[in-house]
Design a protein around this ligand. Structure first.
Ligand code: UT7
Length: 388
């Protein structure tokens, strides 16, 4: 039987320490006014002594598993998306796997810039759909405050630290990712980079002297790329999902800059209430920003069971990724209706809506499978002809 990846748990971890724009005014030549008007950021969380990507990931995973009522030994795989691992070697994912007590789990760290979480979620769903795994933890975590140059006002005001995680579990009923797109355009690889510390320029006196171990960014180039790609990718995945625009309840974009989100929203023609924005509270937390925004959307009651949500990310690489999700953390049979709490009409409407939805998704999935099966030999033939 075909398996689907259902998100059944989620959790976040953010450092207690907060750095406001006014604090930054004391550190570099900047102003609250510049940061707010150019980016929408008001404050960000910063790791304190002893806090790292691993400690935040561990806390977010523990919260996620508790919420899903799953024990660590039942996790099959842990994927941690980050550009700021605790060490270049070993992978931070194995450290977290051990500390969590996920004794059966395999683990790997995924580097795809700010798009890392979307890449991770799609990868997790593929492992589940293939039948290889039943429970996968996907984490987006960053301690960017340890990678930025605190003397460079062009970058240090933008980034923040934090972590968000989800648990994806196998489900017999259609749910989870309905459509997705992952992309990379390496021609702009140098738009956001740390020039030193890798194998091109191993860490040493020269790197240290030139401050090349810190992040450098061509903000304008990424801005242009981001506004174009976000709208394109969202349009592509919504169309591929077979849903109508009105069926989309919430868009959760990577939180880099409120101006980017605003422009993309206008290009797409969606109402502001359909766009999740929390960059004002966290700054740009790279791979952590989408799962953090997802957790906040749930806390704020902006996402209900049965809703459709679009996740869209972009960042270093340059990479991008988007996915349409059917959000239904509880299997349909497990008490979707709380008669005491819900008005009569709503409690009647919910199961009907879910039943219609599930039938739709099942039909679409069958149709997609049939189309893929029919198209695969044609594509192979096409490739063979083109090679000749
Ligand atoms: O997560 C994915 C990766 N990153 C992104 O998505 C970031 C995308 N890019 C952006 O968000 C924007 O390009 C920035 C917010 C980074 C910059 O905004 P901008 O409107 O493109 O500003 P700019 O770089 O053109 O700088 C405008 C002016 C410059 O001064 P002059 O040359 O006009 O005199 C900068 O020196 O603002 C100056 N400036 C600052 N002033 C006060 C740059 N940083 C600051 C600062 N405070 N922190």
């Amino acid at each position: 039987m075909k398996q689907y990846g259902r998100i059944t748990g989620w959790g976040k971890s953010v450092p207690a320490r907060i750095l406001t724009n006014f604090d930054l005014e004391q550190m570099v030549d900047t102003s609250d006014e510049w940061i707010v008007t150019r980016t929408g950021i008001r404050e960000r969380h910063i790791v304190g002594p002893g806090e790292t990507t691993a400690t935040m990931s561990l806390e977010a995973c523990q919260r996620t598993l508790k919420q899903a009522n799953v024990s660590p030994e039942d996790v099959d795989l842990i994927i941690i998306a980050t550009s700021t691992p605790d060490y270049l070697c070993p992978p931070v994912s194995s450290m977290v796997q051990h500390q969590l007590g996920a004794t059966r789990a395999s683990a790997f760290t995924l580097v795809a810039g700010c798009t890392g979480f979307v890449y991770g979620l799609v990868t997790a769903s593929q492992f589940i759909e293939s039948g290889m795994y039943e429970r996968v933890l996907v984490v987006g975590a960053e301690a960017l405050s340890r990678a930025v140059d605190w003397t460079d006002r062009a970058t240090c005001v933008l980034f923040g630290d934090g972590c968000g995680a989800v648990l994806v579990e196998a489900s017999d009923t259609p749910t989870g990712i309905l459509s997705c797109e992952l992309g990379s355009d390496g021609s702009d690889w140098d738009a956001l980079m740390a020039p030193g510390g890798g194998c091109v320029k191993p860490f040493g006196e020269e790197v240290l002297h030139n401050r090349e171990h810190y992040l450098r960014m061509d903000g304008k180039r990424i801005f242009k790329f981001a506004t174009r790609k976000m709208a394109e990718a969202v349009t592509n995945v919504v169309q591929a999902s077979g849903l109508f625009w009105d069926d989309i309840d919430l868009i959760i974009p990577h939180q880099a800059n409120a101006r980017i989100t605003d422009l993309a929203m206008r290009r797409l023609g969606v109402e502001p209430e359909k766009m999740m924005v929390n960059v004002d509270r966290y700054g740009n937390t790279s791979a952590a920003s989408i799962p953090l925004a997802l957790c906040d959307a749930l806390e704020e009651g902006r996402l209900q069971s049965g809703d459709h949500v679009v996740l869209v990310g972009f960042g270093a690489g340059l990479t991008w990724g988007a996915a349409v999700l059917h959000w239904q953390p509880e299997p349909e049979s497990e008490g979707l209706i709380n008669v005491e709490d819900s008005p009569l009409l709503a409690s009647l409407f919910k199961p009907v809506r879910n039943a219609v939805w599930n039938t739709q998704v099942a039909a679409r999935a069958r149709l997609q499978d049939m189309t893929i099966a029919a198209m695969t030999p044609i594509h192979r033939l096409q490739r063979r002809i083109m090679r000749k």
